[in-house]
Design a protein around this ligand. Structure first.
Ligand code: FAD
Length: 285
């Protein structure tokens, strides 16, 4: 349960994304059923960039909450949204018994003009968090960045903005992916010194195919350490070996985080249950 995280228990959570096409919902349920058997403390569901297909996030989160009986954390971005539509989604989540929202600003959609961006109703995630806190009964999480957010000019300034999210009412944070745990430990130390006291989950992205470096990893801004770059250079052209090596790398990263007693481990499953099963079974054995 997410409440366990808030009560100081070390949690293990997973992240999924809604299927991109309607016909894929059946296989999404099969994926979720397998992930549910891993008994995570909660499963988060991403929100399409700019609010596209927001109903799908609600649908998948509802399956997790009501069919699997596992806490769902529904992501919600506000960059292109009006207060009214945010309230509609919060209400749809409440009706499904979903109490937890990962409150995000989101990236600026490509088709958003400078004028629209400048006049957006929610400037930053802290405003979304305050708004939800005042208008709903939801419990909010927020995003944090061990290597700082790409738009921010310094870690110092990014941490001040993070503190604003806590002050606005965020109850926990989940990090951006990182591949060198030292970035996370150093960030944690600085965040605690800045008065950020709420739980911070460390998020791990298993790199099981070389092409991930050109997509999700480069968008995240996470640095790629030499050990991971070497591994991709060695196994990148051999899919099965690459998958095994990427899983081993993620397991080692998580085991080190567990030894250092981080508040929670959050695994970006990429909707691949086999990868999640291999990792979770290894870190629990
Ligand atoms: P913010 O907290 O608003 O920060 C954005 C930038 O503005 C930062 O540089 C920050 O330093 C600065 N800033 C923040 N507050 C202020 C302020 N008050 N004044 C001035 N500057 C400020 N995207 C999706 O589209 N869907 C998802 O489901 C999704 N899930 C995510 C889950 C996690 C765990 C993470 C780490 C990211 C996720 N993202 C998702 C990506 C996220 O939307 C982008 O990283 C986005 O660019 C920033 O969102 P944010 O909520 O961190 O924004």
């Amino acid at each position: 349960m997410i409440q366990d995280l808030l009560n100081g228990k070390h949690t293990l959570s997973l992240e999924v994304f809604p299927p991109k096409k309607d016909g894929e919902f059946e296989s999404a349920h099969e994926i979720l059923d397998r992930l549910g058997k891993l008994n995570p403390d909660f499963i988060s569901v991403t929100y399409g960039a700019g609010g596209s297909r927001s109903g799908k996030t609600v649908e998948i989160a509802s399956y997790i909450q009501n069919h699997l009986g596992i806490d769902a954390l529904a992501h919600l971005t506000c960059v292109g949204s009006k207060k009214e539509s945010i309230l509609q989604i919060a209400e749809a989540l409440s009706l499904q018994g979903i109490r937890h929202i990962m409150a995000l600003r989101g990236d600026r959609p490509k088709d958003m003009t400078d004028e629209q961006f400048a006049q957006r109703e929610f400037a930053h995630a802290n405003e979304l968090i305050s708004f939800l806190k005042e208008s709903t009964n939801h419990i909010m999480g927020g995003a944090c960045y061990p290597e700082k957010h790409y738009e921010c000019f310094s870690m110092e300034s990014d941490l001040l903005h993070l503190k604003q999210k806590q002050d606005a009412g965020a109850s926990f944070f989940i990090s951006q992916m990182f591949f060198d745990n030292d970035f996370f430990y150093s960030f944690l130390e600085k965040a605690r010194k800045k008065g950020i006291t709420i739980p911070i989950c460390a998020a791990i992205m298993p790199i099981t195919a070389a092409k991930q470096l050109g997509t999700s990893v480069s968008l995240s801004g996470a640095s790629v350490p030499k050990t991971l770059a070497d591994l991709i250079a060695t196994y990148g052209d051999h899919p099965e070996d690459m998958q095994k090596a990427g899983i081993d790398f993620a397991i080692r990263q998580i085991q080190d985080l567990q030894l250092n007693e981080v508040d929670g481990i959050h695994i970006y499953t990429m909707n691949k249950p086999l990868i999640a099963e291999s990792i979770v079974n290894a870190i629990r054995s």
